[in-house]
Design a protein around this ligand. Structure first.
Ligand SMILES: [Zn+2]
Length: 141
């Protein structure tokens, strides 16, 4: 667990740097495809899932997990696009919710957002990410 936390911290440092760079991209336009954004999305998904212990943060079920952005899409109207993206994709503004709890939250906060249930393969891949690095570090020692 301790070594996994180290991986988490290292990834978090990279993530914060990426978010910082994204937040200063004042040239960024809506709809502009950036591989950089895909990279940041993956970082935040990994961190959020690990932080949530791969369970729904509301009911603790580990099935039909989805990503809930606490910074809603409507917010982009009010802030500079790069700032909106940076806050939306910062891992701490992402909650891991099962689809049932996600529906409840959307019912309270208004219009449902498009969402995808994370596949078991994706979750396994991220769980492996934390373990693979742990094993790699063991071999060095
Ligand atoms: Zn739930």
């Amino acid at each position: 667990m301790v070594k996994q936390d180290k991986i988490f911290k290292e990834l978090l440092i990279r993530h914060k740097k990426s978010i910082g760079r994204l937040g200063s991209r004042i040239d960024l336009k809506r709809g502009e495809p950036t591989s950089f954004l895909g990279y940041i999305r993956k970082q935040s998904m990994k961190l959020a899932l690990y932080y949530a212990d791969f369970k729904c943060e509301s009911c603790a079920k580990d099935k039909t997990l989805t990503i809930h952005h606490m910074v809603r899409r409507d917010n982009r109207k009010f802030v500079m696009f790069c700032k909106y993206l940076a806050s939306r994709y910062y891992f701490f503004n992402i909650a891991i919710l099962c689809s049932k709890c996600h529906n409840k939250v959307d019912g309270i906060t208004g219009v449902p957002e498009g969402r995808m249930v994370l596949s078991k393969a994706k979750i396994k891949e991220i769980q492996r990410y934390f373990r693979i690095h742990q094993n790699a570090k063991k071999q060095v020692l």
